[in-house]
Design a protein around this ligand. Structure first.
Ligand SMILES: Cc1ncc(COP(=O)(O)O)c(C=O)c1O
Length: 474
C-alpha cells in the first residue's frame, strides 16, 4: 500500500517531508465484502435505475463514492465506547463524555446534541433569524441555504473569486471575500445580519479550505459590527490540516491547536458528526450565548429530544466523543489528505479536467470539459457518472444541471472519499476506471429526462440516452 507523496500544487509543500510513502495508519480487523458485477449486469442495472445512480441498490456498487457523510469506518476505540453507551433519558454519562470531548476542541460554553447537521442548522436559524434577515457565508451548503430560506431570510454566498473557477489554483479557495462582506454589512445594515457563517472546508466549493488569516479578518469585521461569527464545522479537522500544510506559522502546531485557535474567533458552530466526527450519525450545535442556548434547548426538546441526548442514542454520543478526537490525529489526516490528492493528481496528470487543487474529502471532475460534445441541457455530469458505473461499478454524484437546473454554473461529478474505508488499491482501481472512461469520452452520449419531481429532482429523476448525433459516430 503506497501513497507516493506528491508536491501540493497549491503551495509547493510536500505532503510528507519525512517519508516517500504514506500508508493507511490502521490495520483491518473486520471486513465488509464488496461485490463485483459484469459489464452486462451493470448495463441492465443502470437501465433499471433509469441512468440515475441514486436509484441503484448499494450492493450492486463496487466502490461507493456517492458521499463522505456517515460512510466512514469506526475504530476499535469507538466500538468499545459504544458498548459503554449510557441510554439514560436524562443526564446520561455518555452526554458528559460527548460534551467534554467537544468542549476541549471547540471551546464553546453550550454543546447541544442533534441527530445530524441539518437539525442543528434548523434550530440555529429558527432561533436567530427572521424574515428579511441576511446570512452571509463563504458558500452555503444546500441544507444550510434551505434552512436559512425556510425562515424567510436570504442566504448570500461571498466566496473569493478564485473559489468559483475550477481551474484556478489557490491554497485557500474557501476564503470569504472580506471586502464583499464589509460592503454587504454597510449596504443592508448590521441589524439585518443576525450572524455570519464560515463553512470549513467549503464543501460546495470543492472541499477547499479557509485560512486562519481569513478567519481572523472575518471575525474582526464581525466583532466591529457586533455580529456573531458561527462555523459550519463539518470538516474542521481537514481544514486545520490544510492550514498546517499551507499557512506560514502553523507547521509546528498540532491540528488540535489549530482547530482550537480557529474556533476561538467565533461564537458557536453547527456540526454534522457524520464527517469529521467519524460517526455514522450525529451532530451538534454550539454557542457561547446563554440566552440563545436556552431558546435552542427549548426547541430541541420540542423536535429532537431532551438536551442530554438530542435525538441520539447514548452509544452514538460515545462514538462522536471519540471520533472528533481521532479526526485530529496527524497520521490519520496525513493519509486522508494524501489519498484524496493521490486520486486527483493521478488523473489530472493524464489530462482529466478536475477542480484544482484537490480538496479534502472529494475530487470533482469537470464534466463540461470532460465531455464538451454534450451540452448542459443533456446532463454531461449525469452521463459521466453513469459511464463510471458502467465501466467499473463506481458510484459518484452529479453536481450540476440535474441538481440545480438552468442555474447551474458548472457540471461537476463528485467522487467523495469515505473516511478510513478504502485502501490504496481501491483508489488505484478508481484511477484506472476514470482513465479508461477518459479514453472513450467521445463515445459517451448525453441524456434526456423521462421523469422529474417538482423539487430536488436529482434524487428520483429518470433519464435515457439521447440518439447519438451522426457527427459523433465518426
Ligand atoms: C458543509 C455541510 N454542512 C451541512 C451539512 C448537513 O449535514 P447532515 O447531512 O448531517 O444533515 C453537510 C452535509 O453534507 C455539509 O457538507
Amino acid at each position: 500500500m503506497t501513497f507516493i507523496t506528491d508536491i501540493c500544487p497549491a503551495c509547493g509543500v510536500s505532503l510528507c517531508s519525512m517519508a516517500k510513502v504514506i500508508i493507511e495508519p490502521f490495520r483491518i480487523k473486520s471486513i465488509e465484502p464488496i461485490r463485483s458485477t459484469t459489464r452486462q449486469e451493470r448495463e441492465q442495472l443502470l437501465n433499471a435505475a433509469h441512468y440515475n445512480v441514486f436509484l441503484l441498490a448499494a450492493e450492486n456498487v463496487l466502490i461507493d463514492l456517492l458521499t463522505d457523510s456517515g460512510t466512514g469506518a469506526m475504530s476499535i476505540k469507538q466500538w468499545a465506547a459504544i458498548m459503554e453507551g449510557d441510554e439514560s433519558y436524562a443526564g446520561s454519562k455518555s452526554y458528559y463524555h460527548f460534551r467534554d470531548s467537544i468542549q476541549e476542541i471547540f471551546g464553546y460554553r453550550h454543546i447541544i446534541p442533534t441527530h445530524q447537521g441539518r437539525a442543528a442548522e434548523r434550530i440555529l436559524f429558527s432561533v436567530m433569524c427572521k424574515k428579511g434577515d441576511v446570512v452571509p457565508n463563504n458558500t452555503h451548503f444546500d441544507t444550510t441555504r434551505a434552512n436559512v430560506e425556510f425562515v424567510g431570510a436570504e442566504a448570500v454566498d461571498l466566496v473569493i473569486p478564485e473559489g468559483k473557477r475550477p481551474d484556478r489554483v489557490h491554497p485557500f479557495k474557501g476564503n470569504m471575500d472580506v471586502e464583499m462582506l464589509q460592503e454587504l454589512i454597510e449596504r443592508v445594515g448590521p441589524e439585518r445580519i443576525p450572524l455570519v457563517m464560515l463553512t470549513v472546508t467549503n464543501n460546495s466549493g470543492g472541499g477547499q479550505p479557509v485560512s486562519m488569516a481569513n478567519v481572523r479578518q472575518v471575525s474582526a469585521i464581525c466583532r466591529r459590527h457586533r455580529i456573531p461569527l458561527y462555523f459550519d464545522a463539518c470538516r474542521f479537522a481537514e481544514n486545520a490540516y490544510f492550514i498546517k500544510l499551507r499557512e506560514p506559522g502553523y507547521n509546528s502546531k498540532t491540528p488540535k491547536q489549530i482547530a482550537q485557535e480557529m474556533f476561538s474567533y467565533g461564537e458557536g458552530c453547527t456540526m454534522s458528526a457524520k464527517k469529521d466526527g467519524l460517526a455514522n450519525i450525529g451532530g451538534f450545535l454550539c454557542t457561547n450565548d446563554d440566552l440563545l442556548a436556552q431558546q435552542e434547548e427549548n426547541l430541541l426538546i420540542l423536535t429532537e429530544g431532551y438536551p442530554t441526548y438530542g435525538g441520539l442514542a447514548g452509544r452514538d454520543l460515545e462514538a462522536v466523543a471519540v471520533g472528533v478526537q481521532e479526526a485530529l490525529e496527524e497520521d490519520y489526516l496525513r493519509y486522508r489528505i494524501a489519498s484524496t490528492q493521490y486520486l486527483g493528481s493521478h488523473i489530472a496528470a493524464q489530462g482529466v479536467p478536475i477542480v484544482q487543487p484537490p480538496g479534502g474529502h472529494a475530487i470533482y471532475l469537470d464534466a463540461r470539459a470532460f465531455l464538451p460534445h454534450i451540452p448542459p441541457s443533456q446532463f454531461p455530469g449525469v452521463a459521466l457518472a453513469a459511464e463510471l458505473y458502467l465501466e467499473g461499478g463506481i458510484r459518484s454524484v452529479e453536481i450540476g444541471t440535474l441538481m440545480f437546473g438552468a442555474a447551474a454554473k458548472m457540471d461537476l461529478v463528485r467522487l467523495a472519499i469515505p473516511r478510513r474505508v478504502y485502501t490504496q488499491s481501491h483508489i488505484d482501481y478508481v484511477v484506472e476506471v476514470i482513465l479508461e472512461v477518459w479514453k472513450k469520452r467521445n463515445q459517451i452520449r448525453g441524456l434526456t429526462l423521462t421523469y422529474e419531481a417538482p423539487f430536488l429532482r436529482h434524487f428520483t429523476a429518470r433519464l435515457e440516452p439521447v440518439e447519438q448525433p451522426v457527427a459523433q459516430l465518426v
